[in-house]
Design a binder for this molecule. Structure first.
Ligand SMILES: [Fe+2]
Length: 139
């Protein structure tokens, strides 16, 4: 894939993450569990200053059948790191997960096969200090 195409997909993915899922996310953000059991951009609870480094960003490349999840978080050994990414479907059913090794993985980036799935796609990112963060994208 050409670099320009990757950049375009990245921009589309970022735009979709920021715009399209707001209505669907409203359901999970309106839950009494949001901001307490799990955290979102609009329900960061006690971690309101930690959104940027913990919210998983989701990019979908439908042509390649792949989903990429990125958390902009440091991997500071076992002291502070992202433990794993988990991908869930629109019914919150488990699709796949990627565990990270803070001694080997330089950044919490994961890729998953998308296959023929369409609908809401949720990503969870778990920090060993700042709990579980949820984001979603409409595929
Ligand atoms: Fe953290």
């Amino acid at each position: 894939m050409q670099r320009r195409e990757l950049i375009r997909l990245g921009l589309v993915g970022a735009a979709a993450t920021l715009v399209a899922p707001r209505q669907v996310l409203a359901g999970v953000e309106g839950s009494p569990m949001a901001g307490g059991v799990y955290y979102t951009q609009d329900a960061p609870g006690r971690w309101s200053k930690k959104v940027a480094g913990h919210l998983p960003m989701i990019e979908v490349d439908k042509d390649a059948g792949k989903v990429k999840v990125v958390t902009g978080h440091e991997m500071k050994g076992y002291e502070h790191y992202i433990v794993k990414h988990t991908l869930l479907d629109g019914n919150f059913e488990f699709i796949d997960e990627r565990m990270f090794d803070p001694m080997k993985d330089a950044a919490p980036i994961s890729e998953f096969a998308l296959a023929e799935y369409s609908g809401p796609l949720y990503a969870l990112s778990m920090c060993n200090k700042h709990d579980v963060w949820l984001n979603m994208i409409e595929v």
